[in-house]
Design a protein around this ligand. Structure first.
Ligand SMILES: Nc1ncnc2c1ncn2[C@@H]1O[C@H](COP(=O)(O)OP(=O)(O)OP(=O)(O)O)[C@@H](O)[C@H]1O
Ligand SMILES: [Mg+2]
Length: 578
């Protein structure tokens, strides 16, 4: 019995105790029925008065009470299991919500899903069956002991002495089970993790014809899992055999004593029959406990993991509020996704409340990481990341999301129409406003031919081209009308003409809002008030374009390389050859 578990779902305990009470009523009614049957049999043996007019109604009443009690006992057990399922799942989900968007740093998604689904189901059995059985299997033998004591104390004593042997077997099994079950759950979580990943990446695996190798690897893991599962099962079966031997042996011993007493004249036929018919009831509850025990152990192993999840440290309560006109300022910010590999080092960046700020740099230099920090998606930074003087990790989460709009090349489109997707950003927008946004995103012309706002975009926008998807995401962002916009390679899939339209929309936006543009193409950011050049996670230069050409070698190299590329493209076009 784990106290932490009981504290986890206190509501379920009431149902557990009621279940025990009903089971006890059912036991008593059984004793009454057996008593009446034995009296009738004794009367038969003596060839005398059967008193059927007394005992027959007694038997019938006992049966009715027993049926009713059993029914209510199982209702309580259902109620307990429903409580556990509901409360535990809610606790797990709330925990993940409190951990926030970066929860995956601390727990894997597959594990959360598994604990919320299967782990919870196993714990259900713990509460609905095991726990009540645990109480009942102590209560029942004691009750019977006191009932049988006046009938034949030696038999009652022998029966009582055998009962605790079953838990002894259980404890021994528990020692072995804990180890095997730990391994079982680890294998299970591992298998689920890899399965999910392989499924998500199936297309890629097919493209590289690496699916066969992955298949082999998963077969290996599945085989491991099978072996562990079989170990668990065989352990369970073996312990059931041992428990049966103890239970049946105990009942046999009790019956033997009763017969011996009958033979010696210490008890009569009634007493002997009474003991014979009730001896099994001494052991049935404990024996049943043994079979629930294995499922309960599974639940206990799962509960360990649930406790670990619930104990994961949560980010501090966020209390700071954003004011109108607040602006971003990163001061000597250092950040790593994983230990030992720094993605940003001593980065200082200011984003004025109005105007265009650009971040450029080679692939992998940390640009998107800056965008993630500004959007509040990473909390584990050192240094100061401020918005209007308030630390980002202290700002109430929803506020930051309303304040900042990030448009990345991977912005998600949902199945449904163009309108559905646009209205996500501003549910009350009119059709005119939607068209204006589409116009600014240079998508209006195409959509007018394709069914307008009611055109379907397909799952994840699969009915659109990559560039059209980006433009739709762009239009949606424009609609949101937040004070800060971050464009992270938002035009990477767009053709040159559309890119020009989008960039002019970005410049227009920067006249009234804070706009951060991250782009490979320096031509897009030439007009920015201030350009930050990142290299290997460090800011190696900042200033307007002209100044950077003079002062920042990294910037000049990037610029020259792109100029050469464009000149080459022009040359090829002019000669008309490739
Ligand atoms: N989720 C992540 N987990 C671990 N490391 C990451 C993660 N995202 C990025 N990194 C690492 O952080 C560094 C900076 O990545 P970032 O995405 O910020 O680069 P970037 O400048 O945006 O590159 P690109 O121009 O290719 O988009 C890289 O070395 C990358 O390996
Ligand atoms: Mg990037």
């Amino acid at each position: 019995m784990d106290k932490r578990l009981l504290a986890l779902v206190p509501e379920a305990m009431r149902h557990v105790l009621l279940n025990v009470a009903w089971q006890w009523v059912s036991l008593i009614s059984n004793v009454v029925a057996v008593f009446a049957v034995c009296r009738v049999l004794q009367g038969l043996g003596a060839g005398g008065d059967l008193s059927l007019n007394v005992y027959l109604p007694m038997i019938l009443a006992a049966i009715v009470v027993r049926v009713v009690a059993t029914h209510f006992a199982s209702r309580e057990s259902f109620a307990a299991s429903a409580d556990v399922r509901r409360l535990l799942r809610r606790r797990i989900l709330e925990k993940v919500l409190r951990l926030g968007p970066s929860y995956a740093e601390k727990v894997s998604t597959a594990e959360v899903v598994q604990l919320a689904v299967e782990g919870t189901e196993q714990l259900e059995t713990y509460f609905a069956n095991y726990l009540s059985q645990l109480f009942y299997s102590v209560l029942a033998p004691l009750t019977l002991f006191f009932i049988l004591l006046p009938v034949s104390w030696p038999s009652a004593l022998v029966l009582l002495v055998f009962v605790p042997l079953i838990p002894v077997v259980i404890v021994i099994v528990q020692k072995i089970a804990k180890r095997i079950l730990g391994a079982y759950w680890d294998e299970y979580a591992n298998l689920a993790d890899n399965f999910l990943e392989n499924l998500q990446g199936l297309t890629t695996l097919k493209v590289y014809q690496a699916d066969a190798a992955r298949h082999e690897r998963m077969n290996g893991e599945a085989e491991h899992f099978r072996v562990v599962t079989m170990k668990v099962l065989s352990m369970q079966l073996n312990s059931i055999i041992v428990m049966d031997i103890v239970a049946l042996g105990g009942a046999a011993a009790g019956i033997a004593v009763a017969l011996w007493q009958l033979y010696g004249g210490a008890t009569d036929l009634f007493g002997c029959l009474f003991i014979v018919l009730l001896s099994a009831d001494f052991f049935i509850p404990m024996r049943r406990l043994g079979s629930y025990f294995h499922v309960a152990m599974n639940g206990m192993a799962a509960s360990e993991k649930i406790f670990r999840l619930l104990a994961v440290e949560e980010p501090a309560e966020r209390t700071a509020h954003i004011m109108q006109g607040d602006h971003f300022s990163l001061q000597r910010v250092t950040f790593s996704y994983e230990e030992g590999r720094t993605a940003l080092r001593n980065v200082t960046i200011d984003v004025p409340a109005v105007g265009l700020t650009a971040i450029v740099g080679e692939s992998g230099s940390g640009k998107s990481t800056v965008a993630r920090l500004l959007a509040g998606r990473e909390d584990g930074y050192e240094g100061r990341a401020l918005l209007g003087g308030k630390e980002l990790r202290d700002i109430v989460r929803g506020e930051l999301a309303r304040f900042v709009t990030t448009i990345a090349s991977s912005s998600y489109l949902f199945e449904g129409t163009v309108r559905d997707n646009l209205l996500l950003a501003r549910p009350e927008a009119t059709d005119e406003e939607l068209w204006a946004a589409l116009e600014a995103a240079s998508l209006a012309e195409y959509l007018r031919e394709q069914g307008g706002l009611d055109a379907e975009v397909g799952q994840a926008g699969e009915l659109l081209s990559g560039g059209q998807r980006q433009r739709l995401a762009f239009a949606r962002a424009l609609l949101k009308d937040s004070p800060v916009y971050i464009f992270d390679e938002a035009t990477s899939n767009v053709d040159v003409e559309s890119e020009a339209v989008l960039m002019s929309a970005v410049h227009e936006l920067a006249r009234s809002k804070a706009v951060v543009v991250i782009s490979h193409r320096l031509a897009n950011v030439v007009g920015a008030q201030r350009i930050y050049v990142l290299s290997d996670g460090e800011v190696v230069g900042s200033g307007p374009h002209e100044e950077l050409l003079e002062t920042c070698p990294t910037y000049r190299e990037l610029w020259d390389a792109q100029q050469r590329l464009e000149a080459y493209g022009k040359e090829v076009r002019d000669e008309g050859t490739v």
